[in-house]
Design a protein around this ligand. Sequence first.
Ligand code: PLP
Length: 460
Amino acid sequence: MTPHVAPDPQTGAPDPQAGAAVKAADRAHVFHSWSAQELIDPLAVAGAEGSYFWDYDGNRYLDFASGLVFTNIGYQHPKVVAAIQRQAAELVTFAPAFAVEARSEAARLIAAHTPGDLDKIFFTNGGAEAVENAVRMARVHTGRPKVLSAYRSYHGSTSTAINLTGDPRRWASDTGSAGVVRFWAPFLYRSPFYASTEAEECARALEHLESTIAYEGPATVAAIVLETIPGTAGVMTPPPGYLAGVRELCDRYGIVFVLDEVMAGFGRTGKWFAADHFDVVPDLLTFAKGVNSGYVPLGGVAISGEIADTFATRPYPGGLTYSGHPLACAAAVATIRVMEDEKIVENAAHIGETVLGPGLRELAERHVSVGEVRGTGVFWALDLVRDRETREPLVPYNATGEANAPMAAFAAACKKGGLWPFVNMNRTHAVPPCNIPEAEVKEGLAVLDAALTVADGHTA
Ligand code: PLP
């Protein structure tokens, strides 16, 4: 294949021929995640900057999905790109058993922002490996086999992480669930507990969790794993008191509390970690994505003093060739410094409170297809419905093909308007970068407005 020059990133000058070559090689050789390979049509991307990316045909998109909810500082931040270049020139790689400046500094900075005494950092290559290792730590620490996780969750696609996952992506790999038990976490809009207030939902969800623990046998449960605010499953902020209640149950039964902040962490909710909204400190906290805005693959587990002590004189039975890779860690150091210096977490909170949240609620008033708006910071979901009274989702759970046509039409309308949406089942999530300026949010809201008119056409 002849290499083609991509369009000039400054001008974004179109080059359809280069795009066609990129696409042809992709279709011939790249095997894509979660896809029937012959039924997909990946867009060939020529470049990206800030909140935007563009293709080879001259189309530019406002990325309201932040990639897969990871470009928390937008694309190509010059300071982070320069830090990666510097690290590549100085020490591009080194084995994990050594002390390396970029790794030491990344761990120090991450520990400075994690809540409570989560001061030791085990580095992984991404979120699923972080979850795998958190579960392993909990099992070794407690000597217990089981792990409790929530339906309506996503924890990754390696074997333990996918078994912990409570969405349909688990089903095809649901062969190794020994020790995983799922329960219902609170979600008032589609309450599993027939509750009508947040307080009722909270109390019933905690009762349900406690009886799950009792019937499983408390002495068999190593960990409870929860996304602090479930992301892909629908951005469902837990009711006041729920996470504190889970913390209490964990303490009562000697269970390790794991909060998965792979998606919600590093500014997305308008705080450094979503746990900061609820004043809870887990025993283990998993992170990835926003830690370095996804510029180089990196994830990890932040570990409490008590669990770190378990492995003070006894070896931790786990490891990875690229644990704490210098290039990824240098990107994390630069990202965290940029987030501090440019007040990016504060921007996410401000945007959520003053522009994105109010803007989405205003759209909900005018569009019958919007059943509920939920979120905080730059972490929002619109729950689209066929009927506001019955709350019947706009498309059935896990719909594909013709059954999913209304959401496909909505997504197509977004793209036609120049906005790349995050779409999952009957929901669209507004999850732009944490440093998005107000004007770009308004531009995105205007496209959503037009696309929701298309969704309205599919209501009952
Ligand atoms: N945990 C959560 C909450 C996630 O949202 C994700 C990915 O979306 C993961 C874990 C898995 O992360 P990765 O895809 O980096 O393995």
